[in-house]
Write a protein that binds this ligand. Structure first.
Ligand code: ADP
Ligand code: MG
Length: 917
């Protein structure tokens, strides 16, 4: 990539325009002053790749260079010697450093950015051998990013800290505290939780980086789990010191005590302080505009473990894409901050019916008032990302465009506040937002509006962002600079005239400054009399010769000083404007939050109208009544193909007098719509509790506190781990955890093993859900035998997805009705899938035989023989035998058999079975 760039020229140009041997590298055996500086800085940052600034490049040396060249795919060079050995080196251009940083951070590295902290000219004054002063200005880690180029605008990027209480006995449920914050948006929360909840919370938050103590990192119990997480950074014990935690927090927020933030346990304070300390370390003293930590009580949000999130494809599909996920299907936000808040709410649906109702009230307003909805969405669309621009400005990392983002964001906020004021009877959430939107001082907008130019550069050091007319002295200085540039142009014309060299050009570069350039052939002319009196030779290149003149040099000095002064003035103005903004950080932050909240409410209102969603009733009961429910994602996908989605009812409410929810056992052939039905009900619960309208005619949901969803291994190939073990581990988690308020979705559990194993496990699991967990559940299965359980289990309801047989073909009606599937229609489905006709016919014959045998099989009689939770009887068919049958079946090749051979094979197979039973 950058393999052919001239390193020598670079170090020459960068170390203060000295044309001499590169300063960076000494002779064999010696350590140059620069290397000494490098090594000191590197020693202070051993865990980070050191980006060592040299002019327009960040250079990496030694092992860092080897690592980075591999990770970035850039060429590793060797330059100079250190203690007699070559020094490996690679570098990235500063202007493109973001994209390289992005790759390194994504690959899990940390980067220490080391800048030149003085002008190379200053260093030169100290002597020819002196090294430019440098210092690390920032540590870049995955959890502490602020740059738009490094962040996903539509997602939060959290830094999380996990601490564990020292428990007295190993049997104690280990208690953890989890703190997490987003320095780019100021959010900061903390909570206590047990081991299981911890994993669920981490799955919800998806931190960009997690910090833990060295001890926890090496803890044999936690380590395997931590290794599954993307970026975990172990830190020394002092960061997690409980004794100093409260003091560190208080000092960050410049308060005497943290009591005003609420009551926190010592463990929570420790986790929060660890986050703060890490932020201070990585930002090197800068304090991002964090909000004080707020406590998130466990249970305030619907607990959804990692596997369930994946199965339900809440934020991304099983194959890892956003497209096709629930989040993607319902996102109608028009701002990136709104998209982030929607994601946060979707990841953490609420459990308090009143809080849910408050959100639904806001959505209802925009659902009902389409004019307000349209206006608000148009005005929102003009609002840039206030929160992240504010964070960058506070961190001294902002640019001109961050100032204009604040200007435009606040202008949109003011307009929106005005629009909301025209509405009557605002629901609480909206009226709170309206207040916050009106709060920031209008003078900020006016000042920024007057000061900023129309076209803004990305970096402030590029200048030209202050509007002409804003500052008289600046205008004057700019005039001087521009005037001198015109003089340069005139000078070029004059020299061309005097020398008769038409192609004479005055050019500029960073090494030589202004110079006169002519081609080789004209060079001779200028080098000889009389022109040699005026033109001073500077450089001869392959095709060109370069000169200067005393006049040009004088002009250059004038231009440079005018340009320097103009830029210095602009930077001063920038600092003043930035200070104006950061001085109002609090109200701006609140306005930013209000904008995102408004966006979410209006977007969900828009979605509800667009897709005909209804307001759900969420209460404290254990009911679960969905009338005419639809799958929010499948429905949209089908609509694109022109097909209708068949709506279905579901009622898991406790039957009268039972006090516990129902279990649906859903049977039906493959492709009938079982999985879709199961998931749509789970998704409707998620949507309702996050405060969204839902795809149904009517929905009443008694708050769900935990949601579980598991798919049998055979159905779970997309995850690439179709092991029966995983399926069982996950099923065990549900049976051990689900309480009466849980909603459990089990899809084809028991599929990953031999039939009778699977059936028995499914059977026992249903009994356990019914008798012990007593939760609301949906259980899809291909084991028809399970439908017999409804005779024994009072709250079990058999449902089936209807199909119609038509001329020997199966037609899927996607309609869920009470009852059990009469048969599996596997052969019809196989026919639809295009299996050869001969195979289909043959399979029908085999099926008929097998079914006549099945009638005599013991499965039918299980229901009578097996009392609930009776000790399990050895099953009649041992595993080794099914293996043997499977092997025999696999050895057959129906296409090559004569009818007689086939029949014989069938008898032989049957013989094997009969012999053993
Ligand atoms: P099963 O789990 O019974 O094998 P799925 O739930 O995977 O079946 O559904 C198979 C396909 O049928 C889906 O991909 C979808 O396209 C279609 N489908 C499912 N339910 C419906 C419905 N209610 N209305 C219309 N099409 C549906
Ligand atoms: Mg299915």
């Amino acid at each position: 990539m950058d393999s052919d760039r001239p390193h020598d020229a670079l170090s020459v140009a960068l170390e203060g325009n000295v044309v001499a041997t590169p300063i960076a590298y000494g002779e064999a055996g010696s350590v140059t002053p620069m290397m000494r500086q490098y090594q000191e800085i590197k020693a202070a940052n051993p865990d980070s790749l050191l980006f060592y600034r040299m002019g327009d490049f960040y250079e990496l040396f030694f092992q860092d260079a080897e690592i980075a060249s591999r990770a970035l795919g850039i060429v590793l060079t060797k330059r100079g010697k250190h203690n007699g050995a070559d020094i490996p080196m690679c570098g990235v251009p500063v202007v493109r450093s973001d994209e390289y940083l992005h790759k390194l951070i994504a690959a899990g590295f940390r980067v220490a950015v080391c800048e030149q902290t003085e002008d190379p000219a200053e260093a030169k004054k100290r002597g020819a051998k002196s090294v430019v002063a440098r210092g690390v200005t920032r540590l870049i880690t995955a959890g502490t990013l602020t740059e738009d180029t490094l962040l996903d605008a539509r997602r939060n990027n959290y830094l999380a800290a996990i601490v564990r209480a020292r428990t007295s006995s190993p049997d104690d449920a280990a208690l953890f505290a989890l703190a997490y914050l987003d320095i780019s948006t100021a959010e900061f929360r903390v909570m206590e939780c047990d081991r299981l909840a911890l994993a669920a919370e981490i799955a919800r938050i998806e931190p960009g980086e997690i910090i833990v103590s060295d001890a926890l990192y090496g803890d044999p119990e936690l380590a395997p789990y931590l290794r599954t997480l993307p970026v975990v950074t172990p830190l020394t014990r002092d960061v997690f010191d409980g004794a100093t935690a409260e003091r560190r927090l208080a000092s960050y927020f410049a308060v005497a005590t943290t009591e005003s933030f609420g009551t926190f346990s010592r463990l929570e304070l420790t986790a929060a302080a660890a986050c703060i300390t890490y932020v201070e370390r990585t930002q090197l003293g800068h304090r991002p505009p964090l909000s004080p930590p707020t406590r998130e009580p466990v249970g305030s949000s619907l607990m959804i473990d990692a596997a369930t999130r994946a199965n339900l494809e809440l934020m991304r599909t099983l194959s890892g894409e956003r497209r096709g996920s629930l989040g993607d299907a319902i996102d109608r936000t028009v701002t990136v901050a709104g998209a982030r808040l929607l994601g946060t709410r979707l990841a953490a649906p609420l459990t308090d019916p009143e809080a849910i109702a408050r959100r639904l009230d806001a959505v209802a307003l925009f659902c009902a008032d389409s004019a307000a909805r349209a206006d608000v969405r148009v005005q929102l669309a003009a609002a840039p990302d206030l929160a992240r621009s504010l964070a960058r400005l506070v961190l001294g990392r902002g640019g001109p465009r961050d100032l204009s983002a604040i200007r435009d964001g606040l202008a949109a906020a003011t307009q929106l506040a005005r629009r909301l004021a025209t509405l009557e009877a605002l629901p609480e959430e909206i009226s709170d937002a309206a207040t916050a939107l009106a709060a920031p001082d209008g003078a900020i907008i006016a000042t920024l509006g007057a000061a900023l130019a129309d076209d803004l550069p990305y970096m402030k050091r590029d200048g030209a962002f202050v509007r002409a007319g804003y500052d008289g002295t600046l205008d004057e200085t700019r005039g001087l600079r521009d005037e001198s540039r015109r003089v340069v142009a005139a000078l070029q014309a004059r020299y061309a005239d005097e020398t008769g060299v038409r192609a004479l050009k005055v050019r500029h570069n960073n090494v030589l400054g202004y110079f006169i350039e002519v081609t080789q052939q004209h060079g001779e002319k200028l080098l000889s009399s009389p022109h040699s009196a005026t033109f001073i030779h500077r450089q001869t290149l392959a095709g060109q010769v370069r000169f200067t003149t005393t006049e040009l040099a004088a002009l250059e000095a004038k231009i440079a000083s005018a340009a320097d002064r103009a830029l210095a003035m602009e930077l001063e103005i920038f600092d003043k404007l930035a200070a104006l903004v950061t001085g109002a950080a609090e109200p701006i932050k609140r306005a930013a939050l209000a904008l995102s909240m408004l966006d979410v409410a209006a977007a969900l209102g828009h979605l509800a109208v667009e897709r005909d969603y209804v307001r759900p009733e969420v209460d404290g009961s254990l009911d679960f009544v969905i009338e005419g429910g639809r799958h929010p994602v499948v429905e949209q996908a089908l609509q694109k193909d022109g097909g209708p989605f068949v709506a279905n009812d579901c009622d898991l409410s406790p039957p009268a007098g039972t006090g516990a929810g129902r279990i649906y056992v859903v049977t039906g052939p493959n492709m009938a719509g079982k999985s879709t039905f199961l998931r749509q009900n789970a998704l409707i619960a998620v949507l309702a509790q996050m405060g969204s309208f839902v795809p149904a005619k009517r929905a009443r949901i008694g708050v769900v506190d935990r949601l579980f969803s598991r798919v049998g291994a055979a159905d779970d190939l997309a995850r690439g781990r179709s092991t029966f073990m995983v399926e069982m581990v996950e099923t065990a988690a549900i049976l051990n955890q689900a309480g009466e308020r849980a909603l459990v979705i089990l899809d084809e559990i028991g599929r990953g093993t031999a039939t009778f194993d699977g059936l028995s496990i499914a059977w026992a699991a249903i009994e356990h859900l019914h008798e012990t967990n007593k939760c609301r559940a949906l259980f899809a299965t291909h084991f028809h035998e399970l439908t017999a359980l409804s005779q024994k289990l009072a709250r079990l309801h058999n449902a089936t997805v209807r199909v119609k047989e038509w001329h020997g073909d199966v037609v899927f009606l996607h309609e869920v009705v009470a009852g059990a599937a009469d048969r599996s229609y596997g052969i019809q489905v196989a026919k639809l899938a295009g299996l050869p006709g001969a195979v289909i016919e043959r399979a029908k014959l085999v099926l008929a035989q097998l079914e006549s045998h099945d009638r005599m099989s013991p499965a039918r009689t299980l229901i009578d023989d097996l009392p609930l939770f009776a000790a399990t009887r050895a099953l009649p068919v041992p595993k080794s035998e099914t293996d043997e049958l499977a092997a025999a079946l696999a050895a057959l090749n129906p296409d090559e058999m004569s009818p007689k051979e086939a029949l014989e094979a069938l008898y032989a197979l049957k013989g094997k079975l009969v012999r053993k039973t």
